[in-house]
Design a protein around this ligand. Sequence first.
Ligand SMILES: [Zn+2]
Length: 248
Amino acid sequence: MLRDVRFLNMGYCLIDQSQLVTGHPVGDVVRIPIWAYLLRGDDGLLLVDTGMPRGCVGNERYFGEMEPGDLIMPQMQSGDMVAEVLDRQGLHPQDIDGVIFTHRHFDHAGGSGIFQGTRILIHTDELQALRQDPELPEWIDLGLRYETVQDGAEPMPGVRLVHTPGHTPGHMSLLLRPQGVRPLLLTIDAVYTRRNWQDDILGAMTDRAQGQASVDRLRAVAEAEDAAVFFGHDRDQSKEPFWQAFAR
Ligand SMILES: [Zn+2]
């Protein structure tokens, strides 16, 4: 049984909106939240994503000089490092029984390196893509204890992984069925914001056809489960009353 779900803020990022909303003109910079999620079940704790790498702390120029349309500037403080975020929950990294690695990007996998020896659940296609990548990002440690998973895996009762490729090959979203509340669908980066969902506009995708199929699938899951849908990087959503109960 999934007893508790907490949304952990892991800092922010400035990004050109054209990267969030395909077709949006270049030049509008928005500040988006970075999230991780802590899932407490009867048999343990799962952490979904690990935030940004420590090299982003106080370093908006982590990615160097950028063209306006490519602008990404991390806004991370030391308190946004995953070990410190867990500490505020009264937890040590060793208390986490498994990390769900939704995808490879810096704002999701950036803190995974501290979980040496912890099970890291990753989709087969994501791990394969990482192993074949000649330019592996510095925050990816291929020596971690990866365990590959497939679509539909349930690492804990009430937690189902949904393979949603397109943003990356092995991107995963999650369907949660917490005790006593409506099912929750975490889109992660298959859908960045409510606007992407409502207006059916894709965000950044390495494979747009796959990305569209994944969004269509998430819509079907949300409808079948009557799930509340939480988007990966929406600026305002966590302020809505329903989500306030989960956001920390
Ligand atoms: Zn992201």
